[in-house]
Design a protein around this ligand. Structure first.
Ligand code: PMP
Length: 450
């Protein structure tokens, strides 16, 4: 089935198993990253893959983009590193100004910088209550906001099950049209039921508005299963926040920086955010995160600072990514390629009963696998088989979701028609193999614990 050599990759994996702890790993297949170029990456053995996860939704401009590399080189030559908390550097200031300019809304704004999505959400967790004088927050079941204590308290993802929570965050259902918490109903109704739950249960019973600083939401819930909320949800949530004197925060760590076809994914809803968190692609693949939001939030008299937060080299890379997004019209491309991908996946859905649902916005796309379309029983094992089979066929995708049955695709925004068509043909073949039972489960023993 797979005649490529993986000898060198397997050797690295064996050394890695001995040297590096399990707490920092989620594994899907024996891929060891080698050299990347554009939308493709090789493994340690030189086998080529089309990367439809963009190294975790990080490489908006693909691997080794010449403009981003030039910016990194130039900055390395100049500054290498500094300690932004004690003295500023020009590149990070420039990026802060640019992000502030991009956040919609006629109010005073500022930026904050860290190193990873988790610390950006941790900053929100700490600064928002401090700035508002309200101790409580509301977030969503299925949300993934990070792994530090504050950001994992905000999260409602199964990955957080082993992390002690802080107890001040109330989790409410995310409007998922395919699996509405309140039972099958049309998307608009799912929204209204979730909003009523927030108002009646969260604000009405356990987290009164006068004690609740903000609601934080992923505009598309990614690790929760690439769930796209119905169109009426975010505007109504904004209205509820305004009415209750609460801020509305968006986690744009994965959905932001153009991935959905708008710079910030929440912009599709035509509302304003009081603050957003950013990460992943912000440093062009180097560690950088940000919060952009109301001046009174980011000027609050509380520390949230890290030695390496807002370093000049990642900031220079981030500025270069913004230039490539503009010069290569990558937001438009994300929109067009996303439409082509969704269209192709809907065609595959007609031929493959394993696909229960296809959804996404721009290039943040998920396919939910089910054992039976009527009962919607999650096909969790088939998701693990499918991503492994795609890996064997040269396509990198992963699975996610609270039930582990959603195949996630977050490719570089530079993909073209032929990349999309190639990914679709690999998925077609892999789906056929999994559906026909032509997959040797013993290969998965190491990865899925079977
Ligand atoms: N927020 C979202 C929406 C994410 O998808 C992630 C990572 N999957 C995070 C926050 C945490 O980011 P990081 O892993 O860079 O800390």
């Amino acid at each position: 089935m797979d005649d490529r050599s993986l000898d060198r990759s397997e050797a690295v994996i064996a050394r890695e198993a001995a040297a590096i702890g399990a707490s920092m790993k989620i594994r899907f297949y024996p891929f060891v990253a080698g050299r990347g170029e554009g939308t493709h990456v090789c493994d340690a053995d030189g086998n080529d893959y089309l990367d439809f996860i963009a190294a975790g939704g990080v490489l908006q401009t693909g691997y080794r983009h010449s403009h981003v590399r030039a910016a990194i080189d130039a900055e390395l030559d100049r500054a290498w590193s500094n300690m932004h908390c004690c003295y500023p550097n020009e590149r990070t200031v420039e990026l802060g100004e640019e992000l502030v300019r991009r956040l919609p809304g006629d109010f005073e704004k500022k930026a904050w910088f860290g190193t990873t999505g988790s610390d950006a959400n941790d900053a929100l967790f700490k600064l928002v209550p401090a700035a508002t004088g309200r101790p409580r927050l509301i977030s969503f079941v299925g949300a993934y906001h990070g792994q530090t204590s504050g950001s994992s308290s905000l999260s409602g993802h199964s990955a957080q099950a082993k992390v002690p929570g802080a107890g001040t965050v109330t989790k409410v259902p995310y409007p998922c049209p395919y699996r509405c918490t309140f039972g099958p109903c049309p998307p608009d109704e799912c929204s209204l039921k979730c909003l009523a739950f927030i108002e009646e249960y969260a604000l009405g019973a356990v987290s009164p508005a006068e004690q609740t600083a903000a609601i934080i939401m992923e505009p598309v819930q990614s690790d929760g299963g690439d769930v796209v909320p119905p169109d009426n949800f975010i505007p109504a949530l904004r209205e509820l926040c305004d009415r209750s004197g609460m801020w509305l925060l968006f986690d744009e760590v994965k959905a932001g920086m153009g991935r959905t076809g708008r710079f910030f994914a929440f912009e599709h809803a035509g509302v304003e955010a009081d603050a957003v968190s950013m990460g992943k692609p912000l440093g062009g693949g180097l560690p950088l995160s940000a919060v952009v939001g109301r001046r009174e939030l980011l000027d609050v008299d509380t520390f949230a600072l890290y030695t390496l937060g807002g370093s000049p080299v990642p900031a220079a890379a981030g500025l270069a990514v913004l230039e490539v997004l503009r010069d290569e019209a990558l937001l438009d491309n994300a929109h067009r390629m996303g439409a082509r991908l969704l269209d192709g996946l809907r065609h595959l859905q007609m031929q493959h009963p394993l696909i229960g649902d296809v959804r996404g916005k721009g290039l943040m796309v998920g396919i939910e696998l089910v054992v039976d379309r009527e009962t919607r029983e999650p096909a969790t094992r088939d998701a693990a088989r499918l991503v492994y089979r795609c890996f064997e066929l040269g396509l990198l995708v992963i699975y996610c979701g609270l039930l582990g049955n959603v195949i996630e695709m977050t490719p570089p925004l530079t993909i073209d028609d032929s990349d999309v068509d190639h990914a679709l043909s690999v998925l077609d073949e892999a789906l056929a193999d999994v559906e026909a039972g032509r997959f040797d489960d013993t290969k998965l023993a190491r990865f899925a614990g079977w």
